[in-house]
Design a protein around this ligand. Structure first.
Ligand code: ATP
Ligand code: TZE
Ligand code: MG
Length: 282
């Protein structure tokens, strides 16, 4: 696999400007994002993409990959409710992207829950995802290809900061940018490590916020595919800022879900620049 390319050090102010630029590009270009995702996440993921200005398409039939996937600007694959029937479509779509140099993003939901899930993820890794985004437990399990000790399932029992070395190893082994969500979202190319400190803890109490931010990463990578690390960091920070703004109006997880989507849709430059909190961790 090709080595990851070095990325220049970016100051906090430059990160804010970069995140705004990429969000603006998503809004003006409205990239088409194909999502092959779990049943739980379909609604929130599609609404997250729409609020950010992208165009979601939740197409997962293997019969449609040949016609449709070449027209997508990026692909998001999520194994959350995986069954054998879905895997051929996931592999076919990932192969189209890999062949055409189109970005695609993998979300290894609950990868340690079973040998079946782990094997599927390892086969998908062979198709060279541009970015892998998971929670701490998922990234640790995938990095060590370990399903010996099933964790809680879709939720993490690790902090994202517990997964830094595992994330770097996975990035080095796979050639992908690896993003770990949590109180601090961590993104690495196997060498450089960047932290996005935005978000609120209550986002963990809304199912599929992680799945949705993975799709947002796909939208950001779609508009800047040669800088996948920057795009992933920016998407995670933007989603976190939307969570912080939404929290000002929310009374609990149900209303946070609604206000987060509203905040993402209405996010302006000054608000984003004053909230983005991204630092280098390496
Ligand atoms: N303690 C926290 N403080 C701030 N933000 C958080 C915290 N925990 C998670 N988040 C944010 O919540 C979102 C979802 O992250 P999480 O780690 O819960 O994903 P996940 O476990 O894959 O979720 P799911 O599988 O339900 O989609 C991310 O945007 C992340 O930054
Ligand atoms: C709860 C849950 N179970 C399988 S997928 C999913 C959505 C969050 O990943
Ligand atoms: Mg998840």
């Amino acid at each position: 696999m090709e080595p990851n390319s070095p990325t220049q050090v970016t100051t906090p102010t430059q990160w804010g400007t970069k995140a705004w630029h990429l969000l603006s590009q998503v809004r003006t270009q409205s990239p088409l994002i194909q999502c092959i995702t779990n049943f739980v996440s379909m609604d929130l993921m599609a609404n997250t993409l729409l609020s950010a200005g992208a165009s979601p398409a939740m197409l997962h039939s293997v019969e449609e990959i040949h016609d449709f996937t070449p027209h997508a600007d990026a692909l998001c694959i999520n194994i959350g409710t995986l069954s054998p029937a879905w895997l051929p479509a996931m592999k076919a779509a990932a192969a189209v992207c890999s062949d055409k140099g189109k970005p695609w993003v993998l979300d290894p939901v609950a990868v340690s829950a079973s040998g079946f899930r782990m094997k599927a993820c390892l086969e998908l890794l062979e198709l060279r995802p541009t970015v892998i985004r998971g929670n701490g437990s998922e990234i640790i399990a995938l990095s060590f290809a370990s399903s010996d000790k099933p964790t809680k399932g879709a939720d993490s029992i690790h902090e994202s900061t517990d997964a830094v070395e595992a994330a770097k190893l996975l990035a080095q082994k796979s050639g992908a940018i690896v993003a770990v969500s949590g109180a601090t979202d961590i993104v690495t190319d196997g060498n450089q490590v960047v932290g996005a400190h935005n978000g609120v803890a209550l986002m963990q109490k809304i199912t599929a916020t992680g799945c949705s931010v993975t799709a947002l990463v796909a939208a950001f990578v779609a508009v800047d595919k040669s800088h996948a690390l920057d795009a992933a960091v920016s998407a995670l920070a933007v989603f976190g800022v939307a969570g912080e703004l939404g929290m000002k109006m929310a009374k609990g997880p149900g209303s946070l879900r609604m206000h987060l989507i509203d905040a993402l849709h209405g996010l302006d430059e000054a608000t984003l620049l004053s909230h983005v909190n991204i630092t280098s961790l390496s």
